[in-house]
Design a protein around this ligand. Structure first.
Ligand SMILES: [Zn+2]
Length: 275
């Protein structure tokens, strides 16, 4: 039996979380022709120092859609309020409905130990939905699934109560230009709010080409600590020479509350080039 192409669903809390944490895997999937859907659970309407909430929500929705278009994937922004997300029954049921409808083989989300309350809420809601997608009388208006998808957590560097387990590692260096192209679509965030929020506003150049170089520099230096944090796992997976040299990676932990990742599923869901 030939299995259909694997389907990837990323449930991030904010517009741009998907790219920040898993833009490489999403790009890899699309380069192989596999279906990908990106979702921002919140409306993105909190993170700005100059725009009003109403205009920001529309801007961030358009920016996310443009980012998805870069890789030919739908990028949908839900209406839950940015900065005020809680793990409600409404959120859980919406996620159950989404997973049942889109029928992903792999779902990526945040861990429940994370600095941002919205990230924690999404992570918890996905964790809670993982089993319930197979239970017929929960959200009975949408047909239940016979098996859970594989659920994986996107990388963070937090250590309490325990550090992320690096079950899967992807070297994203060759994929960086596409990730940057996606991130650059989130203009109001990466060129406006984040520099302001980090106190680096003055460093963003006006020129478009220089802006991209600035974003590349900022993003790569921002994620570089990931490779050191997981260095032992990189060396285990890729060998001492390549593992020691890798600078930009995506790392995923497989949730134990959904389907397991056996060898066959690993090859299918994480089609990582070996070279
Ligand atoms: Zn976020």
């Amino acid at each position: 039996m030939t299995l259909a192409d694997p389907r990837l669903l990323i449930l991030g809390a904010h517009p741009d979380d998907a790219e920040f944490h898993a833009g490489g895997l999403a790009t890899l999937y699309r380069s192989l022709g596999y279906p990908v859907k990106l979702i921002s659970v919140t409306d993105g309407g909190a993170g700005h120092h100059q725009r009003s909430r109403t205009t920001l929500v529309k801007t961030r929705r358009d920016e996310a859609a443009a980012s998805g278009e870069i890789i030919g994937a739908p990028y949908v922004t839900w209406d839950f309020p940015d900065g005020h997300l809680v793990n409600s029954l409404e959120l859980r049921d919406r996620i159950i409905q989404e997973i049942r409808t889109y029928q992903p083989d792999l779902v990526l989300t945040h861990r429940v130990c994370d600095y941002h309350p919205d990230h924690r809420a999404v992570g918890q809601a996905v964790q809670d939905a993982s089993y319930l997608v197979t239970v017929p009388l929960v959200v009975p208006e949408v047909a239940h699934l016979s098996t859970d998808p594989v659920v994986a957590y996107m990388a963070d560097l937090f250590t309490r109560p325990y550090p992320l387990q690096p079950d899967v590692i992807l070297d994203i260096e060759p994929l960086l230009p596409k990730i940057i192209e996606m991130l650059a679509c989130h203009q109001s965030q990466v060129f406006e709010f984040l520099p302001y929020n980090m106190g680096r506003r003055v460093q963003v150049p006006d020129n478009e080409e220089e802006k991209i170089a600035w974003l590349t520099d900022w993003f790569t230096s921002h994620i570089e600590p990931r490779s050191d944090h997981f260095r032992n796992a990189l060396v285990d997976q890729y060998g001492p020479a390549r593992g020691a040299a890798m600078r930009w990676v995506e790392v995923f932990e497989i949730s134990e509350y959904a389907s397991a990742l056996d060898t066959e599923a690993r090859q299918r869901l994480f089609p990582i080039p070996s070279g």
